[in-house]
Write a protein that binds this ligand. Structure first.
Ligand code: NAD
Length: 369
């Protein structure tokens, strides 16, 4: 249930319900924190079993975006939106345009993008009504598919982990067990292959394995449950969350866990167990932030140079997190939170809350009219 007690507990600033019965629009927008800048996070469309479940999801996801933006050095806050509906049946131009009009009324406090089950075509309809969205089509000045950028950042995070564990960032001869040959997994596989790593991959989709083999011809394929037992240097989860859990953690034979999937640790305590076992964890929400970094520069005018510079900074930030983890003797997942929270706290003390001055910071950005 939504209550002020709950918002106070997790620090959410604002939760908004938008509805328009004419097009069956039911959206919840959660703005978690705007100290660093306007809240940015995608809009997810899902057939939630209940409104309560949708609310839980949007509150959890929006808080995660605050931490991701903060640790990535972005001048953005955290927010997220969920549309309650069946993406196969309930999508329409009217629904996304109605949603766009509501977003416009937030005056730039929340900026949306694609997420699970929302595509660039949907964002285009939103963009007809408001400029407060990113991930728009390249023909309209957008930045296109975020997955290659996410993969690049994950690769930089893996290199940082190798630097820490092996004293050398090179992937040459390193054995990587890659779970998930989807959009990010494929691009990551290509980076690893080009750097001379030996990749073992699994996926539930035969088609995606085939596409993966086009990029990584010497990849070894194993079953989806066998991936946890692969003798390797790096386990890279790029499919699902919570795969480091009580059932898998003792099976992992790696020195490093580093991948693109969100929320890889089933619970925080699994970060402590990894530390005790001498397995270095490269924090998910830091090393998978390349896609977010990439869309974040759409407002100021996207350029490949800028995107590369930002995404490659993940290497140094990951090393910073490892240093904090060592200095404070805390698990890496906690050290990442420390870095994110300390940045928010420092900026809060100098300039207070973001005041919605987006048009001044990003002049020249227009809607699609
Ligand atoms: P995707 O849907 O393109 O790929 C996921 C792949 O995992 C698919 O090939 C799917 O068949 C496979 N899969 C599903 N269940 C599996 C299982 N049990 N075992 C093995 N494979 C399984 O998604 P993506 O865009 O590549 O994202 C991968 C992960 O990274 C997701 O967790 C996503 O939330 C996260 N992520 C993605 C981005 C991005 O830019 N795409 C950004 C940040 C985080």
């Amino acid at each position: 249930m939504l209550s002020f007690e709950r918002l106070y507990k997790d620090g959410h600033e604002e939760v908004i319900f938008f509805s328009d019965p004419s097009c069956n629009l039911k959206v919840i927008v959660a703005i978690h924190n705007t100290i660093l800048g306007p809240a940015l996070g995608g809009t997810r469309m899902w057939q939630y079993k209940s409104e309560e479940e949708a609310l839980d999801d949007v509150l959890r996801l929006s808080k995660g975006m605050t931490y991701k933006a903060a640790v990535s050095g972005l001048n953005l806050g955290g927010g997220k939106a969920v549309i309650i509906g069946d993406p196969e049946k309930d999508k329409s131009e009217a629904l996304f345009r109605a949603y766009g009009r509501f977003l416009e009324s937030l005056n730039g406090r929340y900026i949306t993008a694609e997420d699970v089950n929302t595509r660039v075509e949907d964002i285009e309809h939103i963009f007809t009504e408001t400029s407060n969205c990113v991930g728009v089509a390249e023909v309209h000045g957008g930045s296109g598919n975020p997955s290659p950028w996410t993969a690049r950042g994950v690769f930089r995070g893996i290199q940082a982990a190798c630097q820490k564990v092996y004293g050398d960032k090179s992937l040459k001869g390193k054995r990587v067990a890659l779970q998930g040959a989807g959009s990010v997994g494929r691009f990551l596989g290509e980076y690893l292959y080009n750097e001379g790593a030996e990749v073992t991959v699994c996926d539930i989709s035969e088609k995606n394995i085939e596409l993966f083999k086009e990029k990584v011809p010497n990849a070894k394929v194993v079953g989806i449950d066998e991936i946890y037992d692969v003798d390797c240097d790096i386990y890279s989860p790029c499919a699902l969350g919570a795969t480091v859990n009580d059932n898998t953690i003792d099976r992992l034979k790696c020195k490093i866990v580093a991948g693109a999937a969100n929320n890889q640790l089933a619970e925080d305590r699994h970060g402590e167990i990894l530390k005790e076992k001498g397995i270095l964890y490269a924090p998910d929400y830091l090393i998978n932030a390349g896609g977010l970094m990439n869309v974040s520069i759409e407002f100021e005018g996207w350029s490949e140079d800028k995107a590369v510079r930002m995404v490659d900074s993940i290497f140094d930030t990951t090393l910073d997190v490892f240093r904090i983890s060592d200095e404070q003797n805390i698990p890496v997942n906690k050290a990442t939170d420390v870095l994110a929270e300390s940045r928010i706290e420092a900026i809060k003390n100098i300039k207070g809350k973001y005041l919605g001055n987006l048009p001044h910071r990003f002049p020249g950005r227009k809607t699609r009219h």
